[in-house]
Design a protein around this ligand. Structure first.
Ligand SMILES: Cc1cc2nc3c(=O)[nH]c(=O)nc-3n(C[C@H](O)[C@H](O)[C@H](O)COP(=O)(O)O)c2cc1C
Length: 319
């Protein structure tokens, strides 16, 4: 099979990729999405300060399975020297790619000049990409938004800076920092970035169905698309199936396998609590009563959760 595109020398097979999502794209969810067809993996973003300080919570965020390769570690910070130090330390864990976050709109991140805050500091972006790409022997990539706000749409400037300073791929979320997740993603801007660069470009924003994957690729010419929110509760999108086309039995099996993987990874208590946000999305299309939904999402043991799923599965509401 021909690769869909290359990141440096690294071949990537497939046109849809699970987005990095803090609180969601952990090993259990990534590995499942990857098995279903996501073309590569991105970790949740990791704070360079925590890497340098060897924060104990990082261990789980950086754990990956070999089947996920190509695996990308995503870092955020506003300090080029610390980003480089963190990237060099992460390199020892043998990822395939290091990615720099230039998109996070959260006040605690963007407000201190990291994430989307970097879009306001083009010289710093140049410094970060030139030093990381010089010092690392694996590809360095970026993920960005279109600019700080509608009056500062400097995406073409930033995109060229990333490419000119050694960046090997750019993912573009078609919104500004100010928009956060509101409004519609601007796919025309993604097309402009693709036309301006020779490195691969991943389009991102508002891909909600299997048809949207082809639609975004056609519209923007991008090399692949990244899917975030629409993949939660619907990892089958990577297997070419829209949520309404997935049989209830398959939902049940995948949901319980996902729960198992979370129990293994986080331990029984924390695994179940963290699984609830996925569970609520898995069951959202089902015609369950408010009470049934409540019961499922407050189950106190994995056994209770599974028993309830099985009890509801015998009812017509679970279809
Ligand atoms: C809960 C949540 C967490 C996110 N965390 C990250 C992150 O850690 N790194 C990142 O680059 N983007 C993060 N994003 C942004 C997504 O990767 C993506 O760019 C955005 O959701 C738009 O894509 P979508 O319309 O397919 O959801 C996050 C988004 C959500 C909803």
């Amino acid at each position: 099979m021909e690769p869909t595109f290359h990141i440096g020398n690294l071949p990537v097979y497939g046109e849809a990729i699970l987005s990095p999502m803090d609180g969601f794209s952990d090993l259990p969810f990534r590995a499942m999405a990857r098995r279903l067809g996501s073309a590569m993996s991105y970790t949740e973003f990791v704070n360079a300060i925590d890497v340098v300080n060897v924060h104990p919570a990082l261990e789980r965020r950086l754990t990956y399975s070999q089947g996920e390769r190509p695996i990308t570690f995503q870092l955020f910070d506003d300090d080029p020297a610390r980003l480089l130090e963190a990237a060099l330390r992460l390199r020892e864990r043998n990822p395939d790619i290091i990615d720099v976050n230039m998109g996070c709109s959260a006040k605690t991140v963007a407000g201190r000049g990291a994430g989307a805050g970097l879009l306001r500091q083009p010289a710093k972006v140049a410094q970060i990409f030139s030093s990381l790409s010089r010092e690392l022997d694996i590809p360095v990539t970026g993920k960005m938004r279109l600019g700080w706000d509608e009056d500062n749409l400097n995406y073409l400037e930033i995109a060229r800076i990333v490419q000119d300073n050694g960046g090997q791929l750019l993912a573009v979320h078609g919104r500004t920092k100010k928009q956060a997740y509101k409004g519609e993603a601007n796919w025309e801007a993604i097309a402009e970035v693709k036309a301006a660069l020779s490195i691969p470009v991943i389009g991102n924003g508002d891909v909600r169905s299997v048809a949207d994957i082809a639609r975004m690729r056609r519209f923007t010419g991008c090399d692949a698309v990244m899917i975030g929110r629409a993949a939660i509760g619907n990892p089958w999108i990577f297997a070419g199936l829209d949520r309404e086309d997935v049989p209830a039995e398959q939902v049940r099996e995948t949901m319980l396998a996902h729960l198992d993987a979370m129990l293994d990874f986080y331990g029984a208590e924390r695994g179940l609590v963290l699984f609830r946000k996925h569970a609520s999305r898995y069951i959202s299309p089902f015609r369950l009563s408010t009470e049934q939904r409540q019961q499922l999402l407050t189950s106190e043991t994995p056994g209770d959760f599974t028993a309830l799923v099985d009890a509801f599965a015998d009812e017509p509401v679970f279809a």
